[in-house]
Design a binder for this molecule. Sequence first.
Ligand SMILES: [Zn+2]
Length: 215
Amino acid sequence: MHDPAVDEIVVPAGHGYALTLLQGARLTIRQTTGHQVVDLIAFREDDATEFVSPSHTIASTGRLWPRVGDHLLSNCRRPLLTLVADTVGRHDLIIAACDPWRYRYDFGVSDHRSCSDNFLEVLAPYRFARHQLPPPVNLFQHMCYHEDGRVEFCTSLAKAGDYVTLEARRPVLVAVSACPMDLNPISGGRPSDITLIVNQAGGEATPPPANGQSR
Ligand SMILES: [Zn+2]
């Protein structure tokens, strides 16, 4: 039976989506074919000067990526979202969102879609300028950090049907981007669609993956 409190939205590969979550609402981000990195930014719904800050989150959790039960903290060190379910266990809080200059200067490609442009596109009603976009939480991104300081862009460990669920600690504006990067291996070289499941009623009703999990 359709639950009117639960919405399911397919975000096409390389595109973004924005939504507001009520306090206690849950957002599940699910893989379709797998290996898809999803950049996420989030702001307090009533005050966009407070936003999820990956570097503040790392300082308090003492980890390079969040685990189930960890809060994503704001630049004022308050929890805005909590990771409440995660079938992958590997994410990234360090790397900047891709933007037109990443493609132009590092790959020699112009007119490539980017997470930064996706955020501006889906947040257009809120009139954010690019410099107001905070650094992203890179869900499903698998960075390899080596002893000698080298940083390697490894392929996401997420498989078809894998998902994370975030719970809003207060009303938040969230934007996600199914990262269009196809010039390094982070999303397997071939970006794919993602599915959002939004449960504004919250609670324990995290829907099971629709696809058969291959793990
Ligand atoms: Zn990206």
